[in-house]
Design a protein around this ligand. Structure first.
Ligand code: URA
Length: 211
């Protein structure tokens, strides 16, 4: 296993992920589960956020209490369209984060990612970036997205997915050894169409009910 890969094996995440994998899980349930898991992923991914101490008064006594350091700012970047499912959950926990979007589609024959949308906040150089996409399959999209986002000079980048294939992890870690990769599971392999096996199917279709 690569040092930069952080496998989040929390039982609540694992249980909810199993529900998401089931073929008969409805779109509504799938969407809610992804949102719930995203809250838990966000908890892990933000573990190292710095704190400062602020003088406050409780009803009983004054104290120096920890709050998030105000100069530590985040930008969440959703890799469209399935990234939206993680973004929604994370925004609930971190409502002041700014948001960027990158749109890539996979050429069905070559599986090579083509960029069709790119919009991120102007002050990205002052922000730590969390890039979210539920499925790390071939790694082509993740590698291309992170490459493009690195060119905007954020303070740091972390990549967060739900499920990864070993092939995708190898590809991502070879190209971006400096980017921590968070995932809740590492599955068996990719099929000939670039789908993760056993996986959960097409995350975008299941999230938006498009198939
Ligand atoms: N994208 C998906 O949505 N599912 C996969 O299995 C692979 C890529």
């Amino acid at each position: 296993m690569y040092n930069q890969v952080i496998l989040i094996e929390h039982p609540l995440i694992q249980h909810k992920l199993t529900l998401m994998r089931k073929a008969d899980t409805s779109t509504t349930k799938f969407r809610n589960l992804l949102k719930e898991i995203s809250l838990l992923l966000a908890y892990e991914v933000t573990r190292d956020l710095p704190l400062k101490y602020e003088a406050i008064k409780t009803p009983l006594a004054p104290m120096n209490a920890p709050v998030l350091a105000p100069d530590k700012k985040l930008v969440l970047v959703s890799v469209m369209r399935a990234g939206q499912g993680i973004l929604d959950g994370m925004l609930e926990l971190m409502p002041t984060a700014r948001v960027g979007h990158i749109g890539l589609y996979r050429d069905p024959k070559t599986l090579i990612p083509i960029e069709y949308y790119f919009k991120i906040p102007e002050d990205v150089e002052k922000r730590d970036m969390l890039v979210v996409d539920p499925m790390l399959a071939t790694g082509n999209s993740a590698v291309a997205a992170v490459e493009r986002l690195k060119s905007t000079n954020p303070l740091s980048i972390k990549f967060v997915c739900l499920l990864a294939a070993p092939e995708g992890i190898e590809h991502f870690c070879a190209v971006h050894p400096d980017v921590p990769l968070y995932t809740a599971a590492i599955d068996d392999h990719l099929d000939e169409h670039g789908y993760i096996i056993p996986g959960l199917g097409d995350a975008g279709d299941r999230l938006f009910g498009t198939k």
